[in-house]
Write a protein that binds this ligand. Structure first.
Ligand code: EPU
Length: 337
């Protein structure tokens, strides 16, 4: 059923109030194909998952299709591995909890990330040393050009840091319908390299952590410094951490000796949160928008009344000041619509 003039405020985690000319919710691949066949190909389409990685800057003069496909299945493939498949509309964190209850390992570091399973491959979601590409097996997509179903493997998805084919040449071409992960059943790969996890586990007095312990530690860390989108509108990290050439990093280090950096070949990844904080933005509010007081990389809808344009303009001010002070151009991670 297609509805008209619907507010999208409940459907984006920034809580921005814009409206969609048309709005439809689909519960299956068949419903999606039917909806597309009945709509004018010229009408702009926006496919929505959990709405946790987008900034809506204006009313959408087209059809918004909310993907509400539900269901999780698992298939043991050998003595230590299982394929777990979740439909696009499953909430990410609930899916991670499902896997942990079954003692399936691989997703625990990604606990409490907002959004739905169907959007997780788009930006190759990652946190605390794990990215979904590490456990991704394949995804089933609808090709919007042919209206045929296709299965894409990890290589075809071309995952990179916060990046995939779905943000590049495949942008607007595919709708992700379900994702399959290859997880472990007995011998798990516990990844607690990330400093913050180690100190949290120490605080919890755990020496040999299980995957459930790692999840608990990640949840504690996230809850202590990232705002809950149900309480304060936000879309997680607003910018990517920039990667700059080693030579540029070394020059910057002469002037700013405390600048943190994580070397990666001839490049260095610099934490955007640090750059933004050093430019005086951490906790700063202008009108309805602010940079979060505990994590500068997260922009928040501080009053609940921010418009998408205000948030966008605030992010431009941050980009300009980081560029001026450090000569580094921050790139937005969030999709701007
Ligand atoms: N930092 C500051 N000030 C800040 C924030 C960070 O100085 O306000 C510096 C600190 O030096 C800190 C370093 O940045 O040691 C790294 O901070 P943090 O561990 O919080 O991670 P991040 O690089 O800021 C990335 C992801 C997060 C993910 C965390 C943990 C990106 C764009 N963001 O943030 O992802 O949870 O690592 O792995 O890569 C998200 O994408 O929405 C998200 C929250």
């Amino acid at each position: 059923m297609i509805q008209e003039n619907i507010s999208l405020k409940p459907y984006n985690t920034f809580g921005v109030d814009v409206s969609a000319r048309y709005f439809a919710e689909v519960n299956s691949a068949e419903e999606l194909t039917e909806t597309l066949k009945h709509s004018n190909p010229q009408t702009p389409k926006l496919f929505l998952g959990g709405g946790s990685n987008l900034l809506l800057t204006k009313d959408f003069d087209g059809v918004v299709i909310r993907l509400n496909l539900k269901g999780i299945t698992d298939e043991i493939i050998n003595e230590n591995e299982v394929f777990v498949t979740a439909k696009a509309g499953e909430n990410w964190h609930q899916f991670v909890m499902f896997c942990l209850e079954k003692n399936y390992g691989g997703l625990e570091n990604l606990s409490l990330i907002p959004g739905n399973v169907g959007t997780s491959p788009m930006q190759n979601i990652g946190a605390y040393g794990t990215e979904i590409k590490d456990v991704f097996e394949s995804c089933k997509v609808l090709n919007l050009e042919t209206l045929e179903l296709e299965t894409l493997n990890s290589e075809q998805c071309r995952f990179g840091y916060r990046d995939s084919i779905f943000k590049q040449e495949g942008k607007g071409k595919y709708v992700i319908l379900e994702v399959t992960f290859r997880l472990t059943t007995n011998i798990h790969r516990i990844d607690v390299e990330y400093g913050a996890i180690q100190s949290e586990l120490e605080k919890m007095e755990i020496i040999n952590p299980t995957i459930q312990d790692v999840s608990k530690a990640v949840i504690n860390i996230r809850q202590s410094k990232l705002p809950n989108p149900k309480e304060i509108g936000n879309a997680g990290s607003f910018f990517k951490n920039p990667t700059i050439p080693l030579a540029q990093y070394e020059t910057l280090k002469l002037k700013f000796e405390n600048i943190p950096g994580y070397p990666n070949g001839d490049f260095v990844k610099v934490p955007a949160g640090w750059l933004i904080e050093q430019c005086g933005w951490k906790g700063k509010q202008i009108g309805n928008v602010a940079s979060h007081k505990l994590q500068a990389l997260v922009i928040i809808n501080a009053t609940g009344n921010a418009t998408g344009k205000e948030i966008f303009d605030f992010s431009t001010m941050i980009i300009d000041s980081v560029k001026e002070k450090y000569g580094i151009e921050l790139e937005r991670e969030v999709n701007i619509i």
